[in-house]
Design a protein around this ligand. Structure first.
Ligand code: FES
Length: 359
């Protein structure tokens, strides 16, 4: 281990002939350097080495558990967690194992750096960015010395366990690619063309888990001109106990209601599909499916936060900017006998991302 290099720095500034201060002056008295226990006690160093290797090994085990959990846990299974309530067992285990794998690689690296790597304080001198040949040679020497001092070659068990952890680490990402082509043979256009909207289906505000409970619907007078409401079909409350069906239905049936002066509506996807200036559009972006609710009421533009696609809701939801290739599907609406807004039918075109068009 090298000596404390701060001790070699002058305590008073030295000046060049032009009066400028020479580099290397440390204006503050250096703090006394205390060696760590692992610098002086070989047993402590070996203990630290085992700790670091154990963390990398734990990371490897968690990756294996992740893969087993991904394949074996039923995606509909739920578990009760105090405070959080009921949550998907698969999501919980996958999150904990993958998060743990990342954590133990990071924690092992920190322990390694704190307890085993060289403990010296270095002052960085500020000077011209261009390096001289001698500086480059010195840098190359420093690199070699750093490699030697970090112990990457010496601590074989750490090196191997780190390489093992890094080699297994990408596996969860590869395993999850399976979801990209898992369709159980269903045609995506058919899946996206049918939602739970139908004639007379009540529109209710989306208030999360309790959507549809204790709420009868939305009356037109509750939406001011310029306002926007995120909404769902009332039938969503029947899926409360089925997390997968609930998630799928939300993913397809989510809508936004916006209200504008009827005079400002230039076109719609069907004759009279609004109700007194209230228009219902899918909330799922036709690019790659982000939910959208960024509405600029003076221009009637709807902006997707993911890749900035912009749709003109006063003009049939047409795309006016960005990567989306398809307009936002409009839902025809009307009023029911009790004065609540309801759908007049399902969407007339597929909702959500348009990847299937390229197939
Ligand atoms: S998902 Fe909306 S622009 Fe990409």
């Amino acid at each position: 281990m090298s000596d404390n290099i701060d001790a070699k720095l002058p305590s008073q500034p030295e000046h060049n002939s032009d009066g400028t201060v020479k580099p290397g002056y440390l204006p503050v008295a250096p703090v006394e350097h205390k060696p760590r226990v692992t610098d002086t006690d070989p047993k402590a160093a070996r203990r630290a080495e085992r700790q670091v290797a154990s963390m990398f090994a734990l990371s490897m085990i968690l990756v294996v558990v992740f893969v087993i959990a991904y394949v074996t846990i039923d995606v509909t299974a739920v578990v009760y967690v105090p405070v959080l309530g009921e949550i998907g067992a698969s999501n919980l285990v996958l999150g904990l194992t993958f998060g743990g794998a990342i954590f133990f690689i990071g924690a092992g690296a920190i322990q390694w750096a704190k307890k085993l790597m060289p403990d010296v304080e270095v002052v960085q001198e500020r000077h011209s960015m261009e390096s001289s040949t001698s500086e480059e040679t010195e840098a190359a020497g420093n690199y070699e010395r750093g490699k030697e001092e970090s112990g990457f070659a010496r601590y074989k068990i750490i090196r191997r366990s780190l390489l093992g952890a890094m080699a297994l680490f990408p596996i969860p990402l590869i395993v999850m690619l399976r979801d990209l082509w898992q369709s159980d043979g269903e045609n995506p256009v058919e899946i996206l063309s049918s939602t739970s909207w139908n004639d007379g289906m009540r529109i209710v505000p989306d208030i999360g888990h309790d959507t549809g409970e204790n709420v009868q619907g939305i009356r037109p007078e509750e939406i001011p001109v310029g306002g926007l409401v995120s909404a769902l079909p009332l039938s969503i409350k029947d899926l409360k106990k089925d997390p997968v069906a609930n998630m799928r239905d939300r993913g397809k049936a989510a809508i936004i209601l916006v209200r504008m002066d009827p005079e400002e509506i230039r076109s719609q996807q069907g004759e009279g599909w609004d109700y007194q200036g209230i228009l219902a559009y899918s909330k799922i972006c036709t690019h790659v499916g982000c939910p959208i609710a960024l509405y600029e009421h003076r221009t009637h533009h709807l902006l997707c936060p993911c890749h900035q696609s912009t749709f003109d809701l006063a003009d049939s939801g047409d795309v006016i900017f960005g990567p989306a290739a398809r307009r936002m599907p409009q839902l025809p609406i009307r009023l029911d006998e009790e004065g609540f807004l309801v759908a007049r039918s399902d969407f007339q075109e597929p909702v959500g991302p348009s990847f299937w068009e390229r197939g």
